[in-house]
Design a protein around this ligand. Structure first.
Ligand code: GLP
Length: 243
């Protein structure tokens, strides 16, 4: 069985540069990359790093896939995860919005998820998925319990996710329903980069990468995925000698 590789970086800046090196390399190898890009705080340094290297990157053929979105929230809403992705990543890199495959919140959720999956199938699946990890072990909004076959779907957010989301925009009301790319689609990605930073993530990183593979920790299924690299800073890493 493949085992996730772990790159332990000095700090968050080092993590962001290390992840950017990897993404830039994959883009150079395959300019028509199908790239799934998470939001959340953790990948923001990576995106800023890629933006700073913009002149050296050819993003003209990349397709960016959204990971998750709050139900009923459109891009013009300040809580929109798509809006966050556009502001932090695709727009400053010069990737036009028609190169983004989104979870369409303007239509019925089941139809939006089916359309996303169909587009992904036609595109040939994800080449690279950039993921963060929730403190309850979620990937995207695949909340525990989520098994490896969970499809792209509408979900109810856990109390923990609602709390984390509230932290993104202060006192804004947090929706309790969301659309997420499924475990099934994420785990089928030809490559996955998992990013985690800071001591609060240490316990869940340990469970995800070294604990039992269980729907109670959806990220633990990464132990069974194809080519996974966890890019962590020291604070988020707990090696065996430090257990
Ligand atoms: C959020 C999002 C995920 C994100 C994760 C970690 O709730 N649904 O897509 O990867 O939790 O977020 P952060 O990077 O802010 O810790």
């Amino acid at each position: 069985m493949p085992v996730p590789s772990v790159l332990v970086c000095e700090d968050y800046a080092d993590l962001s540069r290390t992840a950017a090196d990897l993404v830039a390399e994959r883009l150079a190898q395959k300019p028509a990359l199908n790239l799934l890009a998470a939001t959340g705080n953790t990948p923001m340094g990576l995106y800023a790093e890629l933006v700073s290297r913009r002149d050296a990157l050819d993003v003209s053929r990349v397709r960016v896939f959204q990971l998750d979105e709050y139900a009923g929230v459109g891009i013009e809403d300040r809580r929109s995860l798509l809006g966050w992705l556009v502001r932090s990543f695709t727009a400053p890199l010069g990737i036009p919005e028609d190169r983004i495959v989104r979870l369409d919140t303007a239509i019925e959720p089941a139809a939006a998820c089916a359309a996303f999956e169909e587009t992904l199938r036609e595109a040939g699946g994800f080449d690279l998925a950039i993921l963060g990890i929730g403190s309850n072990g979620h990937l995207g909004f695949n909340e525990p319990p989520s098994d490896a076959g969970a499809p792209t779907r509408e979900v109810t957010l856990s109390a923990q996710s609602v709390e984390t989301s509230a932290g993104y925009w202060g006192d804004a009301e947090v929706p309790t329903r969301a659309l997420t790319v499924g475990m099934r689609e994420l785990l089928a990605s030809r490559e996955i980069v998992l990013l985690a930073s800071g001591a609060p993530k240490r316990a869940i990183v340990r469970r995800a990468l070294g604990g039992a593979v269980t729907p109670e920790v959806p990220a633990s299924f990464l132990q069974e995925a194809k080519r996974v690299t966890a890019v962590l800073d020291r604070a988020a890493w707990c090696g065996e000698d430090e257990a």
